[in-house]
Design a protein around this ligand. Structure first.
Ligand code: AMP
Length: 291
């Protein structure tokens, strides 16, 4: 396994690898990340992973400094997963002195939901991922469905900038009680950890109501909202029932759209997403209806 720091080392190590599936991460790896490594390995000659806690995607007062880090463990885990290349850049490798270029994403896909709670977040994500893709030139970019809005934003970056990479989305990995795996779960106290699976339960209720025929999106939002609000340790930020491509809030969940528009095939009729704070941890989860 090549472990590299600078852009030049990364470029050189990548050159010998053939087709590459690339998994960008912020480290403190869990089984969700490793599932993406496995996805990346299918259909590519080699797997590359980056570990970089990207300062430009954190707002003032967010957890950039506190974000959990354990590079030795991450490298050991990636080595046993058979990863070929790990790029661990320093901030100055990604944003060299004098760097003046940023990628900004306009419009609702970047300004609603996470974008509303974290202004500038997706510009930071779009900028770092564009740099990582520029240096590594991977064949596939592998992202987790857990961060659904990130997938929507990066799909638009790849399309708008004409980047030559295939976007591949891996499913959300969960703890046995349903809590979506996240590096930030480490922030949870014991009672908060016990309370956090309410997010998954609320989304499972949305799936059940959808299966039973509920299509009124406002009603769907209130079903999910009330379940989360019943948990005293959860401080709800938002519940959204939106179009999976535009992230526009829906009035009605129309499960015929994807049948008439082949572009949308497999992306579902609605993305139900939510964010809630449990003490120090701000947790996200989502489910796609009608995929
Ligand atoms: P992060 O290290 O949090 O920036 O995440 C790196 C990548 O792993 C992103 O594409 C995430 O969507 C993905 N990811 C995070 N948690 C999970 C999970 N529980 N299941 C699947 N993918 C995940």
């Amino acid at each position: 396994m090549h472990v590299v720091r600078s852009r030049e080392q990364a470029r050189r190590a990548r050159a010998g690898l053939g087709s590459v599936g690339f998994v960008p991460t912020m480290g403190f790896l869990h089984d969700g990340h490793l599932s993406l490594v496995e996805v990346a390995g299918r259909g590519h000659d080699a797997v590359a992973v980056s570990i970089f806690v990207n300062p430009t995607q954190f707002g003032p007062g967010e957890d950039f400094a506190a974000y959990p880090r354990d590079l030795d463990r991450d490298l050991a885990v990636l080595e046993s997963a058979g990863v070929d290349l790990v790029w661990v850049p320093d901030v100055a490798d990604i944003y060299p002195r004098g760097a003046a270029t940023r990628v900004t994403v306009d419009g609702p896909i970047a300004s609603v939901l996470e974008g509303a709670s974290r202004p500038g977040h997706f510009d930071g994500v779009a900028t770092v991922v564009t740099i990582l893709l520029g240096v590594l030139a991977p064949t596939g970019l592998v992202l987790g469905a857990k961060d659904a809005q990130q997938v929507t934003v990066l799909r638009s970056v790849v399309r708008d900038l004409g980047l030559d990479v295939e976007l591949i989305v891996g499913p959300t990995w969960r703890e046995p009680d349903g809590l979506a795996m996240s590096s930030r779960n480490i922030y949870l106290t014991e009672p908060e950890r016990a309370a956090a699976p309410v997010l998954r339960r609320a989304l499972a209720e949305a799936e059940a109501r959808y299966a039973a025929g509920l299509r009124d999106a406002a009603l769907m939002r209130s079903v999910v909202r009330e379940l989360v609000r019943a948990e005293p340790l959860a401080e709800l930020d938002y519940v959204s029932v939106a179009d999976p491509d535009t992230l526009a809030e829906l009035e009605w969940i129309d499960d015929t759209t994807q049948l008439v528009d082949p572009e949308r095939k497999g992306r579902g009729a609605a993305l139900v997403s939510l964010a809630a704070r449990f003490g120090r941890a701000r947790l996200l989860d989502n489910v796609t209806l009608g995929a």
